[in-house]
Design a protein. Structure first.
Length: 146
């Protein structure tokens, strides 16, 4: 990468860190044309999801980044955030957890806490919303066992 494309990447990633996804989108779109690295792809994916609501394209970009760097938790973090924006909470949580299996990554932990984790259902073979799971869960919570 030449100096100008490195500057685009740095400006884009700095804007993303400051939660200015519109500016980040502008810089990262230009940078990905020059050098489509996995980091740029996953950061661009989040910006596309947030600013343009292009969830499928964003998911595809994140999955391409994960195909190249499957052990990088930052890509799982970005993909999980795309799922959150797309209102796919369960997929987001599964993606965040998969990212944590590779490495402890504080932004993923923070995001999971923000989403609010729920305990496993009492009867795993039944759906969470099933009457028995809800009733047994409430009872065990009152007893301090669940």
């Amino acid at each position: 990468m030449d100096t100008s494309s490195q500057e685009m990447v740095e400006k884009g990633l700095n804007a993303l860190r400051q939660d200015d996804t519109l500016v980040a989108l502008m810089h990262l779109e230009n940078a990905v044309q020059v050098q489509p690295t996995p980091t740029i792809q996953s950061a661009l994916a989040y910006c596309l999801a947030r600013e343009r609501r292009q969830f499928q394209k964003a998911q595809k970009l994140c999955q391409q980044a994960l195909a190249v760097e499957p052990n990088n938790p930052e890509h799982y973090y970005m993909l999980g955030r795309v799922y959150v924006l797309a209102r796919q909470r369960k997929r987001a949580i599964l993606t965040f957890r998969k990212g944590l299996k590779h490495k402890r990554y504080q932004p993923i932990i923070d995001e999971l806490h923000r989403l609010g984790l729920r305990k496993n259902p009492v009867f795993a073979s039944l759906e969470r919303e099933h009457f028995l799971n809800r009733s047994a869960g409430k009872l065990l919570a009152k007893l301090g066992k669940h």
